[in-house]
Design a protein around this ligand. Structure first.
Ligand code: ZN
Length: 180
């Protein structure tokens, strides 16, 4: 059973650490599993909604940052982790392998953020439960949602509500129907 205030933290390998342990280490980022965005722990956007260990993972130091980018997490457009000094120098090779340009990586207007490409098999095994919702781009085809549902099913979990960010919708979330 997970204790309150502990998070799965990548430091070359995964460890379940308390926030105090995390804070005493290198620079760390929180990755939000519902959106695939990563940012600062005190980000005003990241602090909306629940923050349990099934919603947030932590990546610490250069190894953590590399894990996030390799696994398709994207920088939060509100707290802009990519504007941290040294970030671009540290990451440009890996980002260049994964994205058309650094701008594509950092700008959701060029490439919408999405929970679809995240490594769910690895993460679900660790966290034991899915986050309470998943954000995907507005024009996501149904076949991609069915494939996502199948990945969750193969990992032994049902798909949480999937939808897109919609400022006008209740909870700013417009849910899609995924046929069972
Ligand atoms: Zn943020």
């Amino acid at each position: 059973m997970l204790l309150n205030g502990q998070y799965w933290t990548f430091i070359g390998e995964w460890y379940l650490l308390s926030l105090r342990d995390i804070a005493s280490r290198d620079q760390a980022w929180s990755g939000r599993l519902s959106s695939g965005l990563f940012g600062r722990h005190n980000c005003p956007a990241g602090n909306r909604g629940p923050k349990s260990s099934t919603e947030v993972i932590v990546a610490s130091g250069d190894a953590g940052l590399e894990w996030l980018i390799r696994n398709r997490f994207r920088p939060c457009p509100v707290c802009k982790p990519h504007e941290t000094p040294g970030f671009r120098e540290k990451t440009h090779l890996l980002v260049g392998n994964k994205y058309r340009s650094f701008q594509t990586f950092v700008d959701p207007a060029r490439l919408p953020f999405s929970a679809i490409p995240l490594p769910w098999e690895e993460m679900l095994e660790m966290t034991g439960a899915p986050p309470n919702r998943l954000y995907v781009p507005e024009d996501t085809p149904l076949r991609s949602l069915i494939r996502l549902r199948n990945r969750f099913a193969n990992a032994g979990h049902s798909l949480p509500p999937v939808g897109c960010y919609d400022r006008a919708a209740p909870g700013r979330f417009r849910e899609y129907a995924v046929p069972g």
